[in-house]
Design a protein. Structure first.
Length: 382
């Protein structure tokens, strides 16, 4: 949706007006006609079924961009990790084989371990940076796709990609900033817990001291559990910020403020539906991964039966090659499911809050070339 009609921030030319959607009851018991539905959702305050159904409908109607974009992004991410592993192994293979050939009971020296540690850190950095970038691209792509899906407009892989890429830096900044804010209570609790453990270890070992130390640890554990509450509260408070980044072209700080405004008074519905979306995605992805992994183990177990007591590394790789490929494919499918469905639900929660609080439905209906139903004029007295 290149013109951004109907999605601008509250108060601009396209931002809707306060007051919420029209009432459900008209003059003389007149029932209004059903709300317009140009795309995957009706343009009215959304129910749980509307939200989840709209996310599923978006994936079903726009299969190529909805599945193709995350498949391409995480396929590239997987290829990047494989290349990093191969490069790292080729660089430290001699040291690796030297460590394997060490006599039993002989500890390796630091000069032998250091190259492996450096290689591991490099792979970890590549994986973290690549994963953050891939997640941001897919999230931006799903939210950009949803803009067209709500209005029933066509969308292609290329159009979604062009809309998503400019918003990726702001999405990364939003994720890092909101994540840091939400994790502050947990960090404080962990610091307090560590200090309590150190204090408890310094207490004497008599019976009274042991009881005091146990009570101190119990109090700190309770405090750690209590800090989870503000962390979750902050996570939900800023959960609609990614949608504001993509839909309204906002920066990280302004997007977080918009999320706070939209979630205010609706925290529990946003929390419940968000958690449900993540659970659905996790369960479906886990089941698929489990089935594929079990299927991949069949040829691996058959080949392992023919290995000798001390097989070479090349023999192990040849036997488990099918399993490794299947495991990578299963992981890729899991990434696709868990990075498409929750962002779509998150975007629909954003739409729902703007319909409820800013009367966005008529604006979206007009942008889609439809008119929102209006109640008939009241009868005129003679």
């Amino acid at each position: 949706m290149s013109d951004n009609v109907g999605w601008g921030p509250y108060g601009d030319a396209y931002g809707g007006v306060p007051g919420g959607p029209p009432g459900a009851q008209g003059w003389g018991g007149w029932a209004p006609p059903p709300p317009p539905k140009p795309g995957v959702i009706p343009l009215q305050p959304l129910t749980l079924g509307d939200t989840l159904g709209g996310a599923f409908a978006t994936i079903g109607r726009y299969k190529k961009p909805a599945i193709g974009l995350p498949a391409a992004v995480f396929g590239g991410f997987t290829l990047l990790i494989v290349c990093a592993l191969l490069i790292a192994f080729s660089a430290v293979s001699d040291t690796f084989y030297e460590l394997i050939d060490l006599p039993h009971g002989v500890d390796p020296e630091w000069d032998q371990i250091q190259p492996l540690v450096v290689a591991f850190v490099c792979i970890w950095l590549v994986a973290v940076i690549g994963y953050v970038l891939a997640m941001a691209i897919v999230q931006a792509g799903m939210l950009a796709l949803l803009q067209d899906a709500v209005l029933g407009r066509p969308a292609t892989f290329g159009s979604v990609w062009r809309q998503a890429m400019p918003r990726v830096p702001a999405l990364i900044g939003t994720g890092l900033l909101s994540g840091l804010i939400a994790v502050v209570p947990i960090v404080l609790a962990m610091t307090g817990f560590a200090a309590a453990l150190i204090g408890a270890s310094m207490i004497g070992s008599d019976e009274g001291s042991d009881a005091g130390a146990g009570a101190l640890v119990a109090i700190v554990l309770l405090g750690a559990l209590v800090t989870v509450v503000p962390a979750v509260w902050l996570w939900v408070k800023f959960s609609l910020a990614p949608a504001a980044v993509v839909f309204e072209k906002q920066g990280p700080v302004r997007a977080m403020r918009r999320s706070s405004e939209l979630v205010r008074g609706r925290w529990w519905p946003v929390f419940g539906i968000s958690v449900l979306a993540y659970l659905i995605a996790a369960v479906v992805a886990g089941l698929i991964q489990q089935v594929l992994t079990m299927l991949g183990m069949i040829p691996a177990m058959a080949g392992a039966a023919g290995l000798g007591p001390e097989p070479e590394l090349s023999e192990l790789l040849s036997v488990f090659a099918v399993y490794i490929v299947v495991a990578l494919v299963a992981q890729l499918i899991g990434y696709i499911i868990q990075t498409t469905f929750p962002p779509l639900v998150n975007g629909l929660l954003y739409v729902d809050q703007r319909i409820r609080k800013e009367n966005l439905a008529p604006v979206l209906a007009e942008a889609a070339g439809m008119s929102a139903p209006q109640p008939p004029a009241p009868p005129v007295s003679p």
